[in-house]
Design a protein around this ligand. Structure first.
Ligand SMILES: CC(C)(COP(=O)(O)OP(=O)(O)OC[C@H]1O[C@@H](n2cnc3c(N)ncnc32)[C@H](O)[C@@H]1OP(=O)(O)O)[C@@H](O)C(=O)NCCC(=O)NCCS
Length: 206
């Protein structure tokens, strides 16, 4: 079971209201203002999602640190949580996802026209069954959500994950990671909100 929350940055309260000391310390190391806003909004969205749906804890009892590979690491009252979580941000919107008993990955992307070079970098020819910005943005978001579920970033070849309608194929390092995590079946859900595509990848761990 997973839940997802999309929030515009303008709904975020003051950082003083929800950041822990350690999160504040990390935020101060971020040199770029946009990066700081992304960091804050992602944390706020995830804390709100968790305290509204999963845990009886106030925002400052929920701490979202970072694994060395960039993944969020969740602690509730100082104890590492067994909830799986994922964060994404795009153009002043943040998105958070949490799952109990399943791995999750989330990606939010603004629907917009992109270049031919981006298409070639991202997709195999056979995947481009439509050329609308909605379709291609969603296809990208689904790939990124799966990569986040696997704990991998954009360092992988985007052609080693391929969608054929709703079937997904993973190759090489991605397939190995899927096996090592016990994520035998990875599914994706897609929605559109306020001009954004939101993709969630989820998988029951077996
Ligand atoms: C993961 C990645 C694909 C996301 O790219 P993006 O489109 O720029 O950003 P999004 O807003 O959709 O997602 C960012 C969030 O992804 C999460 N994330 C980062 N690396 C991740 C990973 N390896 N696995 C799962 N989630 C990851 C983080 O929560 C991050 O938000 P935060 O920094 O505020 O905590 C990209 O950051 C990447 O390739 N990272 C791997 C290499 C790297 O730079 N690591 C950072 C070390 S600190």
């Amino acid at each position: 079971m997973y839940k997802v929350l999309v929030l515009p940055f303008k709904q975020m309260p003051s950082a003083e209201d929800f950041l822990t000391q350690e999160e504040k310390r990390y935020c101060q190391t971020l040199k770029i203002e946009k990066r700081r806003q992304d960091y804050l909004a992602g944390r706020y969205a995830l804390k709100k999602l968790l305290s509204d749906n999963f845990v009886k804890a106030d925002y400052k009892s929920i701490e979202i640190l970072k694994h060395e590979d960039g993944r969020p690491l969740l602690f509730i009252n100082g104890v590492k949580s067994n909830l799986n979580v994922s964060i994404s941000h795009s153009n002043a919107y943040a998105c958070a996802c949490a799952g109990r008993g399943c791995l999750v990955g989330v990606d939010i992307e603004r629907v917009e026209e992109r270049s031919e070079a981006w298409r070639n970098f991202s997709f195999a020819k056979e995947e481009i069954t439509e050329t609308s910005p909605e379709f291609l943005t969603a296809l990208w978001a689904k790939k990124e959500a799966v990569l986040k579920l696997l704990g991998l970033g954009l360092s992988v070849d985007m052609h080693s994950i391929r969608f054929d309608n709703d079937r997904m194929y993973l190759e090489g390092k991605l397939k190995e990671k899927q096996n090592s995590l016990g994520a035998a079946v990875i599914s994706t859900d897609l929605s559109y909100t306020n001009g954004f595509a939101v993709a969630v990848a989820y998988s029951k761990v077996v």
